[in-house]
Design a protein around this ligand. Structure first.
Ligand SMILES: [Fe+2]
Length: 385
């Protein structure tokens, strides 16, 4: 090592892993001295047996609880406000989240904002905005992820869409205390996820590991998590897509997505900067956007990350050079049915210059290994459209 650098690292969160662990929810609540939770989920999941089973576990334990399912696929400030109002009306003492990235992001924000007197937009992840947070009245959160992709159960941020006035922008809301107290990682609750969503969310996890690994920063712990997550995703994601009931593959994907999310504290890059802009503009699936943008962002960054991609080729045992990694990634994506162009996923980019500017302003742009200004983002968008 030629130069020792300074860096702040953080590693998370008690995790209760294993098939059937959702039945330990009452014990998890008890360990937090909570007995009246708000259960946050998304509208699509609320009527399904997997969610009803969770409610039954709470009822059978004699717990009172309330369900809040007014969470859109790209959750908005209003979705969060609705949950905060419910917490205040019902005097809830904890938040349980069951769902994918949308429910996790909304639920974490609800638990955080229930203790604040400021607008949620005052906590955008810029500079030291987070120091405005009041930590005296935060609600504890138990997270039960039902997708293996976002890893938001281990994250300290939520992506919330600001639809105030004429704005329509994805905002990363951040506070170091905005983390679940306990994560219940139960692969049984992920078996119902359809193949297409399994692929798209799994590619989100892959993009977290890959983008974090390519960030130009000193963080060997993060790099180790990224490499191991990539190895697990390479092996398990095709199996989970081919057979959703494969509990072993579902287990590996849950753990890998969590590891990739811990890894992304090192930073992200152009895939996420541009996918945030596109997601806000077109309400498109975050993981699928990253999956489609992936080769185009890698091509733009190629000259500065070729050494890292060559190392990944060796770590994943797919060759020795950057081109070997890219060839593997291409066939891996194709095998999962990921298209190469945004138009093939129904996103017809019609205001490229505005999207490029929004992308360049996204906090993730700063992590891209090559400078991602509006001109660069426009170049990638043109190639990906
Ligand atoms: Fe992501």
């Amino acid at each position: 090592m030629s130069e020792i650098k300074t860096s702040n690292w953080g590693f998370p969160t008690p995790t209760w892993f294993g098939a059937g662990r959702v039945r330990d929810l009452p014990a998890a609540l008890g360990s937090l001295k909570a007995s009246n939770p708000l259960v946050v989920t998304d509208a699509g999941l609320a009527p399904l047996p997997v969610f009803q089973d969770l409610c039954a576990v709470l009822s059978e334990a004699g717990l009172t609880f309330d369900v809040y399912s007014n969470v859109q696929p790209n959750p908005t400030g209003e979705d969060v406000e609705g949950g905060v109002t419910r917490v205040k009306e019902q005097g809830h003492d904890a938040v349980i989240i069951m769902g994918g990235g949308s429910a996790l992001d909304a639920g974490k924000a609800i638990a955080f904002m229930a203790g604040q007197n400021r607008s949620i937009w005052d906590f955008e992840d810029i500079g030291d905005n987070w120091t405005r947070g009041d930590t005296s009245a935060l609600l504890p959160v138990i997270a039960v992820p039902t997708t293996a992709g976002t890893g938001s159960e281990f994250g300290r941020a939520s992506v919330i869409t600001n639809t105030t006035g004429n704005t329509h922008r994805k905002v990363i809301v951040y506070h170091p205390s905005m983390m679940p107290e306990i994560v219940i990682m139960d692969p049984e609750v992920t078996v119902g996820l359809p193949a297409g969503l399994t692929a798209a969310t799994g590619m989100d996890a892959l993009s977290h590991a890959l983008e974090a690994y390519c960030v130009d920063a000193y963080h060997p712990m993060s790099d180790g998590l990224s490499v191991q997550a990539l190895k697990m995703i390479k092996e398990a994601l095709p199996r989970a897509v081919a057979d959703g009931s494969d509990l072993d593959a579902r287990s590996h994907m849950l753990v890998a997505s969590g590891m990739a999310c811990v890894a992304l504290q090192k930073g992200l890059g152009g895939m996420h900067a541009i996918s945030h802009a596109l997601g806000a503009a077109y309400d498109a699936h975050h993981g699928m956007l990253n999956a489609v943008l992936m080769p185009h962002v890698l091509a733009f960054n190629h000259d500065v990350i070729a050494g890292k991609l060559a190392q990944l080729a060796q770590d994943l045992k797919v060759g020795h050079e950057a081109e070997d990694f890219l060839a593997w990634l291409s066939s891996f994506r194709a095998g999962l049915g990921i298209p190469d162009q945004l138009s093939q996923m129904g996103v017809d980019v019609d205001d490229l210059e505005t999207l490029a500017k929004t992308s360049a302003q996204d906090p993730c742009a700063g992590g891209n290994p090559k400078q991602l200004d509006a001109k660069a983002a426009a170049q990638i968008l043109r190639a990906a459209a």
